[in-house]
Write a protein that binds this ligand. Structure first.
Ligand code: PLP
Length: 394
């Protein structure tokens, strides 16, 4: 018989091992609202933050805060029940209608978080004996959704259409689901969606697109990555999140009416959870107005992206090719990446180190995120500091 393991000793040893590998995670306590000029509990003075996904600078927007206050006066705090019991309010319904119209889809379903949307949608669409075709760099929530579905998970190399096509052709699964990030969260590149949709149509597969980082940013009026490419098809299921560019919280899935009705009946992470506070839906309706009228914010953001890329010339560290606000700077080694992140902190700049398992081994990076809330001077300060640090770090 094997010796029994003391489970607490084992956890402690595991934490030590994470420390040694430079992989132990710690949270920092923020004492200001989400904005570039940030204060932290563990440090004096302000830091200039390049880490949130608040792409349009809406997370601390007063008009949204006011809508939330009015929403709380109208609806109180809680929904009291799941949507299917008694927790579906007129504010939720109005939000779903608005999201469907905005994305050009028949219908939409509002989920509490993007993680819950993904783990709910995938098992509702496919199950044992079916096949999911997933980009290797997809977000963790899509991996978890695939595992929960019990369908076979077939991963293809990042954006490799030839490999995907061969795997689709080789599969005899009765139901097929292709799933991809629209904008890859740690790389910033955009998935080849027209080609992916052509493959989905050729193989009678669903194409589920997770647009957590494109919604509000890409396409006319920020309608997202499908609008960016001008795509529409009954095969498409679109997922967007509402805690990033939209600056509030939650997510939605949009598609054909029957698809949405099926999800409403089958997605367990929709059914077995309390509806989000209705006041959030009120805040989100205002956020959607601001996204729709947000051309000036998007133009400013795109100018900052171009300025950052043009300004940053480095020798050893590699800026990945990206035209989105996610600008990853690959340093490679976990410890060196942490050291650079700490050196930036000492200079008053907050850029988190992203390490495995969030990114592949040996590809630790700074995930630099630009926002419409930044100024050109703030971006220049980041560029100048990075250049100087690269030259001085051994
Ligand atoms: C953030 C993110 C999610 C999860 O959304 P939440 O609303 O934060 O739970 C899902 N997919 C991708 C690609 C993401 O970046």
């Amino acid at each position: 018989m094997a010796e029994p393991i003391d489970p607490l000793d084992e956890l402690r040893a595991g934490l030590d091992a994470l420390d040694t590998a430079g992989l132990r995670r710690r949270r920092r306590i923020v004492t200001t609202p989400c904005r570039p000029d940030t204060r932290l509990a563990d440090r004096d003075g302000a830091v200039l933050a390049f880490c949130s996904n608040d792409y349009l600078g809406l997370a601390a927007e007063p008009a949204i805060a006011a809508a939330l206050r009015q929403g709380s006066e109208r609806w109180g705090s809680g929904s009291g029940a799941s949507h299917l019991v008694s927790g579906h309010y007129a504010a939720h319904e109005a939000l779903e209608q608005r999201l469907a119209a905005f994305t050009g889809m028949d219908d939409a379903l509002y989920f509490s978080t993007g993680y819950m949307a993904n783990i709910g949608v995938m098992p509702a669409l496919v199950g044992r004996g079916d096949a999911i075709f997933a980009d290797k760099l997809n977000h963790a929530s899509l991996v978890d959704g695939a595992l929960l579905s019990r369908a076979e998970l077939i991963r293809y190399p990042h954006c490799d259409l030839g490999a995907l096509s061969a795997r689709l052709a080789a599969s005899s699964a009765p139901r097929k689901l292709i799933v991809t990030d629209g904008v890859f969260s740690m790389d910033g590149d955009i998935a080849p969606l027209p080609e992916l949709l052509a493959l989905a149509e050729a193989h009678q597969a669903w194409l589920l697109v997770d647009d957590a980082h494109g919604f509000g940013v890409l396409g006319p009026q920020g309608r997202g990555c499908l609008a960016h490419f001008g795509l529409a098809s009954p095969r498409l299921i679109y997922m967007g999140t509402l805690g990033k560019a939209a600056g509030v919280s939650g997510a939605f899935v949009a598609g054909q009416r029957d698809v949405i009705d099926w999800l409403l009946n089958k997605a367990r992470s929709y059914i077995f959870t309390t509806g989000a506070p209705p006041m959030l839906a009120e805040g989100l309706l205002t956020a959607l107005d601001l996204i729709e009228q947000g051309d000036a914010r998007r133009a400013h953001l795109n100018a900052l992206i171009a300025r950052f890329k043009a300004g940053l010339s480095l020798q050893r560290w590699q800026l990945l090719p990206s035209d989105t606000p996610i600008q990853p700077l690959v340093i490679g080694d976990n410890h060196e990446t942490l050291a650079v992140s700490r050196a930036l902190d000492a200079e008053g700049l907050w850029v988190p180190a992203i390490r495995p398992p969030t990114v592949p081994k040996g590809e630790a990076r700074l995930r630099i995120v630009l926002s419409a809330a930044h100024s050109a001077e703030q971006v220049d300060r980041l560029v100048d500091t990075l250049k100087r640090l690269e030259a001085t770090q051994a």
